[in-house]
Design a protein around this ligand. Sequence first.
Ligand code: PMP
Length: 306
Amino acid sequence: MDDRDGWIWLDGALVPWREARPHVLSHGLHYGSGVFEGERIYDGRVFRLAAHSARLVRSARLVDIDLPWTREEIDTATRAVVRANGLASGYVRPLAWRGSEALGVSAIGTGVHLAIAPWEWPHYFSREARLRGIRLDMARFRRPSPESAPGESKASGLYIICTLEKDRAIKAGFDDALMLDWKGRVAEATGANIFLVIDGRLVTPRPDNFLDGITRRAVMGLARARGIEVEERDVWPDDLARASEVFLTGSASEITPVRELDGQYYQVGPLTPRLIDDFAALVLREDCEGFGESAHLADVELGKAA
Ligand code: PMP
């Protein structure tokens, strides 16, 4: 990833791709003290950019990182670096991390850096996997309880479990893994939220100490606009046997159908392809750089929420 042409926004300036390096003694590298986002560019614009930047600010706040940039400044920087790279479609990775001014468990005295890197990244799963549906394994590790970790933060250090489970699934011949939470409820995949279709209704776990996806919110809005009932509730492994369709949502994976999970097999449709079409139309709409359905993030931005 480091040896290529292009521009990365780093601490206020556009720098050549190959020169965007942190020091090896950065606190973020040693202790996972960073927060990041994953965003998609459609037709030259980042889908729900304001919601992503607001979540980055909130993620940082949840792990005591005081970002020296506002949500608006991050939006502006993101637009600039997408433009500089001439990308009509692709992915954006903003990352904030603690620097090398001090090294030890305590992060007191460290500076905060921010990099924003966009690149071409057509799809997270292969075309074949997306058409036929992907295969999910059950993860061994669970999402931690709110007493164990600030799971609503998209914090780098919290991804160690996701990486272990994703790689274990791939090595076992699956595409991804489904993680339960500390109570044994269905939570999320390693980089995406999950939806089930049960009796024509869309069912998804309430984000209880895991990521409340921006794609997830968009898909709930699209389903409701179609008159489909959406239920946010506790989802238990037993519910998987009652589902007729299952799919994942995420900025990288967009809407990806699941064909197999824990010994259950699912069809790709009829609902999933309709939502895929609706989502494809939504991301090309003019106003998509705002908050969209992610009003909760707008509230956070305005200081209405904790
Ligand atoms: N859960 C996890 C663990 C993720 O990494 C992601 C991707 N950011 C999601 C859910 C989906 O979030 P979003 O739709 O905002 O990309």
